[in-house]
Design a protein around this ligand. Sequence first.
Ligand code: ADP
Ligand code: ASP
Ligand code: MG
Length: 448
Amino acid sequence: MKRSYVVSKFGGTSMGGRQEMERSAVISMERNSNMVVVSALSGTTDKLIQVAKLASRGLTEDCEKMVFSIKERHQALMNELPKNTRAIKILSNYFDELDLLVQNISLLKELTPKAHDHILSLGERMSSLLFSEVLRNKLQNQTVELLDARSMIKTDSNFGKATPLIEDIAKACKALNDKTVYVTQGFIGSDHDGNTTILGRGGSDYSAALFAEGMNATTLEIWTDVAGIATTDPRLCTSAKIIHEISYAEAGEMAQYGAKILHPATIAPAVRKSIPVFVGSTFEKDLPGTWIRETVENRPAVRAITKRAHQALLTICNPNMLNAYGFMGEIFGMFGKHRISVDCITTSEISIAVTVDNATLDNQKFITDLKGIGQVNVETGYSLISLIGNDLFSRSSLAKSIFNSVDEASIRMMSLGASSYNFNFLVKEEESTTCIQKLHKALIEGHK
Ligand code: ADP
Ligand code: ASP
Ligand code: MG
């Protein structure tokens, strides 16, 4: 008989404290979750990043204070729970591990990518320990098992943003049974040598999707602090509305182009196994939320607007390439070599313009390598705005509406044509929010 599995992921705010954990536990019980994937307590990953940075400059009072506050918050939560000596001991071992890592990093004054991933993993390991206790105390008639995601989510050794090994994950998931409720960590995995790896910031959504794929789940649920995927980030536009049903293709584009609600890689595992994905709010659990499916009934021209902030535009120009070939190949090869993803591009005969995250500019080796191919011009301070929708090539008056709405903003670059699901353009950061509000009003709310 086919086993039916539900994988539920709870983000940082859903793990904010005792009350939030209680809410999340109730939801996972109501939804009959077989696997609960959790993020670190809200703000903990940011703090661990700070700790690691501070330690790499030598042990300071600031660093010790921050370590103390991390421990104190987790310990206070543990103290509120019914006493379990085993869990108390595990938490104290995690604290020792954190101290040891901080000591070693500060002694060497060096933060290796391996140590960075290891120290960050403690956030999810501590929160999942606490959450498994909360759930165990509620779910008396079922076995609750705390599972180390590092034994399941096998990855390569690309620390900081490791690539999961799908077949190995599927193999590991075969050992799971449908009688046990598993609680595990998002965001973390391990390579073949057993080193701890992470999947990149916001990676818990991706972990949950990988578990759902490995377990052939019937549903993947993402529980967060908003009532589903909205037509744009509700923090940018108060009239944003929740989308009740959206296709994989549209949701994938939204995630790729900056909608923080989903990690960009979340949709791919769901697509591979046709698993419907639900997105809902832990704080308003009975609202309808958003369902992401292969096909949907309503296919509007413009479904949503996203913003990807902190963008830089790289223009690579080589006049020798007039009527020559191989220029693009060389450039893309360089992006591939440095594992940098190309988001939005436009080309002319002798130059190519590419948007990248600002952080890419820290990679000096990459910039030097690019300069070996041609003259490189770097511009910063941009945001990439994307209109996500359906059949965007064939909507005749769409371009007119877009340009009318953003008339005062200067568009530095735009791209339409590679996918019928999106239309991207690059504007100055300071103009981006107004631009989104105007576009939302004209193209989604439907009035000028
Ligand atoms: P979690 O910690 O639960 O993973 P995140 O902070 O990563 O939560 O993602 C939820 C946030 O995503 C929301 O609070 C919201 O501000 C932001 N967001 C960005 N774009 C959208 C969108 N289109 N719809 C809903 N939320 C969005
Ligand atoms: N805790 C990790 C982060 O803050 C992963 C996640 O929350 O998805 O990036
Ligand atoms: Mg998130």
